[in-house]
Design a protein around this ligand. Structure first.
Ligand SMILES: [Zn+2]
Length: 138
């Protein structure tokens, strides 16, 4: 499985003490690069991109925030989770099969790596429409 490394520069972040779950998001924008997400999150005053991974519509997987750092993607649930963002606004579009399969592959890899089984949508931990019902990747 290939994860594309990015050259994003982050501010100081805490190291995550435990990893118990994976939380999945959608980007809510139809076309977004790793750099664009990073800039948005920097502009919010965060250390940089809040998700650990971005899976684009072509199925390519990008590393955003270093995997061992506390994310900024799900309020109150960042301390023990890895955040995956799917590029797209799935309130309005259908997820391409190649992207869905890529997310499944990444989720399976992370489950195995950390010996965990819990996968949640963002909406399961916060009041949000993210990532919407169509995104069923378990
Ligand atoms: Zn979300």
């Amino acid at each position: 499985m290939e994860i594309i490394e990015t050259n994003l520069k982050f501010k100081d972040m805490d190291t995550r003490k435990s990893t118990n779950r994976i939380i999945v998001h959608h980007s809510a924008c139809s076309n977004c690069t790793p750099e664009k997400i990073h800039q948005w999150h920097l502009a919010r005053g965060w250390a940089g991109a809040g998700y650990h991974f971005l899976v684009r519509k072509d199925g390519k997987k990008y590393r955003l925030r270093p995997e061992d750092k506390v994310g900024a993607h799900a309020y109150g649930a960042n301390y023990d989770s890895i955040g995956i963002c799917a590029e797209g606004n799935f309130m309005e579009e259908q997820m391409p099969e190649v992207q869905k399969n890529s997310i499944k592959e990444l989720v399976a890899y992370l489950k195995d790596k950390y010996g965990i089984d819990k996968v949640q949508g963002h909406k399961e931990v916060n009041a949000t429409s993210c990532p919407r019902n169509k995104l069923s990747i378990r």
